[in-house]
Design a protein around this ligand. Structure first.
Ligand code: FES
Length: 149
């Protein structure tokens, strides 16, 4: 079956950063308006660097692969750098996802932003990328390609 490439399969079958952190500095939850699946991402932040991240999801294999990749991508980055992460970068790093699965990568992207938003709120931090940010907003209405059956 060639629907999913080896990188996607590897991240789905052996996902990194699954679970919960003991004392997270930020927790973000996001429910997809496209499929109804949920994602939780937690982060640890030290000196403005993301030192750890973990995810839990009700999502599909593509959501698991995306979150495994996305959490790996943000660990070691500054909060500002992590805020720049887009679902397109996650997909590129995975080597591509089928068009009907693009929205699954949005779960990881949005849950990370929501976790950073939570961290920023709790610590009185301000980041330019979060100005006017609404963690409840559904931004991925047009991100999922063709209508799904
Ligand atoms: S996360 Fe819901 S279908 Fe992939």
């Amino acid at each position: 079956m060639a629907l999913y490439n080896d990188t996607v399969m590897e991240n789905f079958l052996h996902p990194k950063n699954v679970g919960e952190l003991e004392n997270p500095d930020g927790t973000g939850v996001y429910g997809s308006p496209v499929c109804g699946d949920m994602m939780q991402i937690q982060i640890k932040v030290d000196n403005d660097i993301i030192t750890d991240a973990k995810f839990k999801t009700f999502g599909c294999g593509s959501a698991i692969a995306s979150s495994s990749m996305a959490t790996s991508m943000i660990i070691g980055k500054t909060v500002e750098e992590a805020l720049e992460l887009t679902n397109k970068q996650i997909i590129n790093e995975l080597g591509g996802l089928p068009p009907v699965k693009i929205h699954c990568s949005v779960l990881a992207d949005k849950a990370i932003k929501n976790a950073i938003y939570d961290y920023a709120m709790k610590n009185g931090k301000k980041y330019a990328a979060l100005e006017g940010y609404d963690p409840e907003a559904d931004e991925d209405e047009d991100e999922h390609g063709e209508a799904e059956e």
